[in-house]
Design a protein around this ligand. Structure first.
Ligand SMILES: [Zn+2]
Length: 597
């Protein structure tokens, strides 16, 4: 237990919940499934390279549940991708908001018909169409499609968003009253203490906040005090937390709505997930301790802001969340986390500030940086040699990035030397423009050149894309790694497959094909049934092309029925699949199908 008097220090415990400045219409939007709100993942959840832009609605591991229009409006956009949101619908509502529904299995009624016509007319499965005027009107509760698992989804669910139609900012749907029942308080599991070191950060301490380290303050059931004083030397510090939340009766972690830090009664830092813009989402990599996440695989949410972090969800002191702790004082830090149901958790962290003395860890860290090159935030950073250039535009970095630079000999099968701009754990906000001059190649191979990169294992290199242009290979670098030029002359592989699922066995209404590419990735895919273009669904995560028997197939069957009656030659159905990778290597394969009447 803390020795000093709690009473004196904690007289002023006031927990204020600010109401949202903007008033969002309540009960205007209905929950788009035929159940009570139940989430797999909340708005703003912490993901790789982004904050979750919507709510993931639970469909109990099933596909095919009806998805309803959340309110009256019209279909304003239809987007179909083999990745990302998969099959998605956007509805504009007269009150200035847009709702979005992603990962659908299929569309319903007139919407499905419109899409099918569009796909045949434009001979494409994937497209992004914005309606200039209302054509497809919907009423609140109309079925717009069935729930699925299309696109980059990792299990059946519906991705649901509410956006401001004009600004396209994504808004937390709980602000509109779409909110699952939840009475469980969030928790802070760990507090992290950072020291500032010459444009860098040093993690100084990790405090575990479990039952053995905290005591309840009597009057409040969810206000706790860390029962050991933390000793820190006088200096400037930043803090971070690992916070989790649970939704009623569900075991998995759910993320939080708001967290804040107060020092001496004043707000130091607050992050609130009411709304954000899409182009801000990547600030997740500055919001969390990114290097720590890369190595330890869990996300510390910071209570201070890097110079290059312009995420709009923060409110801070002048020092952007950093605190200068002054000698010999006894300070208390107050951390608070709140979930979407306003369940909360408050933690008092007593700190004793000691005399300033030499920090050995800091000294050795600064020593380790001697002679190491650095890129700086809020400015352009460029490396240029005769055969190589690497350019980061102004707002590409959050903080100073120390990197190792070298030019290594050409790898055996490569078409250039290797350029090392290495820091495995530093994030990049906007990818760098990179260009490398290749060794001499035959002109017909120039279009097959592309960039490759690796971190530490040179055998394990990946495509960084790019094209031969004006004597060099130009591309984008999203990582600080080792870059060189390689070549892709290998066409994709096409296989007919017979799915082993019960559904697939019982149903003879599909053809399935697996397509794979060895390096640059799938660029284009097409299918023809007896020379007539057919619509193929592509699911990138399973490499699966699906032909759902439609009017082209029915016509084939009808023709053959006629031929049988008239004793003329029956035409065997033949499906031709053509797949092109991103370097223009084409694979074509024909499959003779059994005759069906
Ligand atoms: Zn989602």
């Amino acid at each position: 237990m803390v020795k000093w008097k709690l009473g004196l220090l904690f007289v002023f415990i006031i927990i204020l919940f600010e109401t949202n400045a903007q008033n969002y219409p309540q009960n205007y939007f209905r929950y788009p499934l035929d159940s009570l709100p139940n989430l797999v993942s909340p708005f703003g959840g912490l993901r790789d390279n982004h904050f979750h832009s919507g709510m993931d609605l639970r469909t109990n591991q099933q596909e095919g549940l009806p998805v309803f229009a959340s309110a009256d409006g019209y279909i304003s956009r239809i987007k179909i991708q083999s990745i990302g949101y998969g099959k998605a619908i956007y509805i504009d509502h007269p009150n200035g908001y847009t709702t979005v529904y992603g990962h659908l299995q299929k569309y319903s009624g007139k919407i499905a018909q419109w899409i099918h016509n569009y796909q045949y007319k434009n001979q494409t499965f994937e497209f992004d169409y914005v309606f200039e005027k209302p054509i497809l009107l919907v009423k609140k509760g109309d079925t717009i499609g069935l729930s699925g698992n299309s696109g980059g989804s990792s299990g059946p669910h519906v991705h649901f968003e509410i956006r401001n139609t004009k600004s396209e900012k994504i808004i937390n749907p709980t602000l509109f009253g779409i909110i699952p029942f939840d009475t469980i308080n969030p928790t802070i599991k760990k507090v992290f203490i950072y020291k500032y070191v010459n444009d860098g950060l040093l993690l100084k301490k990790e405090l575990k906040i479990d039952q053995t380290h905290i005591s309840k303050l009597k009057e409040f059931t969810n206000v706790f005090i860390y029962n050991k004083q933390t000793e820190l030397e006088e200096d400037q510090y930043g803090f971070g937390i690992e916070a989790i939340d649970f939704i009623h009766n569900q075991e998995d972690e759910k993320g939080i709505y708001e967290y804040s830090l107060k020092h001496k009664g004043k707000l130091v830092f607050k992050h609130t997930l009411n709304q954000f813009a899409f182009n801000e989402s990547k600030y997740i990599n500055a919001h969390i301790d990114f290097p720590f996440y890369k190595t330890e695989k869990f996300r510390i949410q910071k209570c201070f802001i890097d110079d290059g972090n312009e995420f709009s969800t923060y409110e801070t002191n002048i020092e952007k969340g950093k605190i200068y702790l002054t000698e010999k004082s006894i300070d208390t830090l107050i951390f608070q986390v709140i979930d979407n149901n306003k369940n909360f958790f408050v933690l008092y962290l007593p700190i004793k500030v000691l005399n300033k003395k030499t920090d050995i860890q800091k000294v050795s860290y600064l020593k380790s940086l001697k002679g190491i090159k650095a890129f700086y935030p809020l400015t352009k950073n460029t490396i240029k040699t005769k055969d190589f250039s690497f350019e980061l535009e102004e707002k590409s970095l959050y903080d100073t990035v120390y990197y190792k630079y070298d030019i290594l000999p050409k790898p055996l099968k490569a078409f250039s030397k290797t350029y090392k701009i290495f820091n495995q754990t530093a994030p990049i906000h906007k990818a760098a423009d990179i260009s490398i001059k290749p060794v001499k190649v035959k002109s017909d191979l120039e279009s097959k050149l592309l960039l490759a990169y690796y971190f530490t294992d040179e055998k394990n290199y990946k495509s960084a894309g790019g094209n031969f242009d004006g004597g060099v290979v130009k591309g984008k670098a999203s990582n600080f790694g080792h870059y060189f030029i390689t070549i892709d002359t290998v066409a994709p592989i096409i296989k007919q497959i017979f799915l082993n699922t019960e559904e697939a066995i019982n149903d003879s209404l599909h053809y399935y094909f697996e397509i794979k590419d060895n390096f640059s990735g799938i660029g284009k895919y097409e299918g023809f049934l007896n020379n007539e273009w057919i619509l193929l669904d592509f699911d990138a995560k399973s490499n699966l092309l699906t032909y759902h028997f439609d009017e082209v197939w029915k016509k084939q069957v009808a023709d053959n029925k006629d031929s049988k009656l008239n004793n003329t030659a029956i035409i065997k159905p033949e499906v031709l699949i053509r797949v092109t990778d991103k370097k223009g290597n084409v694979a074509e394969k024909s499959f003779e199908m059994p005759i069906t009447f």
